[in-house]
Design a protein around this ligand. Structure first.
Ligand code: NAD
Length: 406
């Protein structure tokens, strides 16, 4: 994308709401553990400096991703809002003359083709996180708008959430916790759906940064590990983790007790888990989906849980987001859903705020943005986008997000 370095820019940042009782005065931990580098050797975000305290809330409106001082010192304008859905939202009004838009997958500003066409100055959409399916990537390619994300910033955060959800669903933690909280002690009620994970077959759809990290973390549980991906892992990794590679999703789901979904959402993966795919799964299997809501068919999941074809479904991703208050995944049986949180722990926020700053510094300085951060550049899929996405768009239906009422 073309930009003039001498011009002041307008940056629109769409973030989730502050805590209902205001920003915290103190935090549970005084500091975050130091992390040297990511598992594959990639370095952590490396902006020239930061203006926030790692470990504080940065992803909500008042947190501003820690960007205000940096942007205003540079003469730029920063507009931060959580108002993004429905007709005439604040984000829609502000985007018309914005140069850069920043949004997070947890509270995605759905950048449809229509909205992009109102934004004549738009040069770049930054995902403060991972997963840029909330941007119509095809429209971004057509309009020469670059799309970048902070690759690896929360991949480990999500892999931890996956392990938590597999254990909590198979062992039926939610039921037991509810009994403890409500003053009860019926052990038979508490364990009538509770199993051990040991000995189970667990498979991941995609073994990228998250999928592979989840496999590594699951290995000590003495389970059989399986994966399907369009890119095969190195033979030494397959050997180290004793992995079974499957040529198709179908062949994997047939033999797995637990399936975890870790591919991006793009036209090839949208609606992948429909009634037909679920019918090919082992009866009573569990699905853990922390990738994207739209990869699973809403009604097919509910139906699978109701018939017992699925024993449980957990994840933190919905479509659209925020999910309407009456979204059936909020009330279906045997679910362990959270709102979209796995990639926005305070630990993850510190990394993606720093990564966003690094991207902006590169943009203003005219220096290259890391290849790993690129999804779309100069009208084509690039970097991680070329590796992990396919052409097309997955934003249709996102208007439904306006049905959510606080
Ligand atoms: P990654 O790019 O490292 O890995 C993606 C993997 O998916 C790659 O190995 C790729 O080959 C594979 N893949 C793509 N299309 C496929 C297809 N059609 N069939 C099989 N495999 C396919 O990304 P990552 O860091 O592992 O993240 C993966 C996704 O997880 C993100 O795109 C995002 O949607 C989601 N995510 C969710 C959260 C959260 O908070 N819940 C946070 C981060 C990422």
């Amino acid at each position: 994308a073309i930009f003039r370095k001498d011009r002041e820019m307008k940056i629109l940042c769409v973030l989730y709401d502050d805590p209902t009782d205001g920003m915290p005065n103190s935090y549970a931990l005084n500091s975050l553990p130091h992390i040297e580098k990511y598992a594959d050797g990639m370095s952590l975000p490396s902006p020239k400096s930061i203006d926030f305290n790692p470990g504080e809330l940065l992803g909500c409106v008042s947190g501003e991703l820690g960007l205000r001082k940096f942007l205003e010192d540079g003469g730029h304008t920063l507009v931060v809002t959580s108002n993004k859905d429905g007709d005439n939202s604040e984000a829609d009004r502000e985007i018309v003359d914005a140069d850069i838009v920043i949004s997070q997958p947890f509270w995605p500003y759905y950048l449809t083709r229509e909205k992009m066409e109102t934004a004549k100055n738009l040069k770049m959409a930054i995902t403060a996180g991972i997963g840029s399916d909330h941007v119509d990537l095809q429209a971004a390619m057509d309009h020469n708008i670059d799309v970048v994300e902070v690759t690896f910033c929360n991949s480990i955060s999500v892999s931890e959430h996956i392990v938590m959800m597999i254990l909590s669903m198979v062992r039926d933690y939610h039921t037991q916790h509810a009994i403890a909280k409500s003053g009860g002690w019926n052990i038979a009620d508490a364990v009538k759906r509770s199993y051990d994970v040991e000995g189970m077959q667990i498979g991941t759809v995609a073994a990228g940064r998250i999928g592979l990290a989840a496999l590594r973390r699951l290995k000590p549980f003495e389970v059989g590990l399986h994966y399907f991906d369009r890119h095969r892992l190195a033979p030494e990794v397959e050997k180290e983790l004793n992995l079974t590679f499957h040529e198709t999703v179908e062949s994997m789901v047939e033999v797995c007790d637990v399936v975890t979904i870790n591919c991006p959402l793009h036209p090839e993966t949208e609606n992948l888990f429909d009634t037909e795919m679920i019918s090919k799964m082992k009866k009573g299997a569990y699905i853990i989906n922390t990738a994207r809501g739209k990869i699973c068919n809403r009604e097919a999941i509910e139906e699978g849980l109701k018939t017992g074809q699925l024993s449980g479904y957990a994840g933190d991703v919905w479509f659209p987001q925020p999910a309407p208050n009456d979204h059936i995944w909020r009330t279906m049986p045997n679910h362990g859903m959270t709102p979209h949180t796995s990639g926005t722990s305070l630990s993850a926020q510190a990394r993606y705020a720093a990564g966003t700053r690094e991207i902006l510094e590169c943009f203003f300085d005219g220096t290259p943005i890391r290849d790993e951060y690129l999804i779309v550049q100069n009208g084509a899929l690039a970097g991680t986008g070329a590796h992990s996405y396919s052409k097309g768009s997955a934003t249709s239906g996102s208007e439904e997000a306006s049905q959510y009422k606080k």
